[in-house]
Design a protein around this ligand. Structure first.
Ligand code: GGG
Length: 354
């Protein structure tokens, strides 16, 4: 039996509520399968920790996470702590320190999930966003000059290295090759005349190594429109850190809402632990009420199984979500139901049991 050590960071707001259900489902799926045993270690990091200690995680937090097989994270951010601090001192720090340079976000309309689009153009919403996750617009480089003075200037620098750009584009091509899919690159070279011209050039270069794969290239504004009017044209999509963050929220709206948006932050070389987290934030407005939708976290758990090489279990989890959505009996409010967070987790576990 394989023993997998998982660091759990429930975080803020609805984070602890959805992560509890994620663990419930991971444990049930592993128990039923019999090949894996999880060992969970909880870390109480987040905004409450910040208010007490002046930092989002222990000083040696990164070192303490290093030896885990994976990290399972709920959500970060809460009123009282500036969002850029909560994000940079925990979530973005972990992604960068562990070189989790691939952010995989499936935009897939599962059977039974609601979609705001009318008619045939929702027949195939099945995109796989591969978002650059280590640099770009989220490099953290910049400056704030003459603060509070009339000549105040703020600089936020996008950093696109050859290594960083090439490896994410190559990852997208490798993914598409395995799945027999097309690759779409999303950039903005007409306006961002250094970074995105470079991005497009690297995309062009890497694509030459995959002559069998059909490619497309869109400006980000046009891509946002096409995602709504003609989502079927997108399969594997590769884009920069900021564009990927924004467009995957557009995608979430198409595929059942933020309650169904899953994400995995991957270090493909497995030199460091990868991190699995729902795309949504801490949702302070509904925190503590037991009504948050845990399905995005459950889907992220499914991605964790895929990552560890148990894609058959990951697939079973996804099917269980689909069955639950089609039954329409145990759904949280965002999906039109009245069920609690834990009732949804219980129902997923029950469906897994068969
Ligand atoms: N579930 C993690 C979380 O709280 N995400 C909130 C967020 O703003 N994420 C930004 C990002 O993914 O870059």
């Amino acid at each position: 039996m394989e023993n997998l050590k998982i660091a759990v960071i429930p975080g803020d707001g609805i984070g602890p509520e959805v992560i509890t259900e994620g663990i419930k489902v991971l444990e049930k799926a592993a128990e039923l399968d019999g090949r894996i045993q999880f060992e969970f270690t909880q870390f109480p990091w987040g905004c409450e920790y910040y208010l007490e200690h002046g930092r989002m995680m222990d000083e040696d937090g990164i070192d303490r996470l290093r030896d885990f097989d994976a990290i399972f994270l709920g959500a970060v951010g809460y009123p009282g702590v500036p969002d850029h601090i909560s994000l940079w001192d925990l979530l973005l720090r972990i992604r960068k320190e562990f070189d989790q340079y691939v952010n995989i976000r499936p935009i897939q309309l599962l059977n039974g999930a609601p979609c705001p689009l009318k008619g045939g153009n929702k027949e195939k919403i099945d995109m796989l966003f591969i978002r650059e996750n280590s640099e770009g617009e989220y490099s953290g480089a910049g400056d704030w000059l003459f603060k509070g003075k009339p000549e105040e200037v703020v600089l936020q620098t996008g950093v696109f290295s050859r290594k960083g750009t090439e490896r994410i584009i190559r990852y997208a091509f490798e993914t598409a090759k395995e799945a027999g899919k097309t690759v779409t690159s999303i950039s903005k070279a007409n306006a961002l005349n250094y970074s995105m011209v470079f991005w497009d050039e690297v995309f062009e270069e890497v694509s030459k190594d995959y002559p069998e794969i059909q490619t497309y290239s869109y400006l980000v504004d046009a891509a946002a429109m096409h995602m709504i009017t003609d989502p079927e044209r997108f399969e594997v999509v590769v884009t920069s850190n900021l564009f990927g963050d924004i467009l995957t929220d557009v995608g979430a709206a198409l595929a059942g809402g933020m309650g169904l948006a899953a994400g995995a932050n991957i270090n493909p070389e497995r030199k460091y632990p990868s991190m699995f987290e729902p795309v949504h934030g801490s949702a302070p407005d509904i925190a503590g009420k037991g009504i948050a939708n845990p399905l995005a976290t459950v889907w992220s758990a499914s991605q964790m199984f895929d990552f560890f090489g148990y894609s058959d279990i990951g697939e079973k989890l996804l099917q269980a979500i689909e069955i639950l959505l089609e039954e329409k009996e145990v759904l949280t409010q965002d999906l039109g139901g009245i069920a609690t967070t834990s009732e949804v987790g219980d129902r997923v576990a029950q469906i897994l049991k068969g």
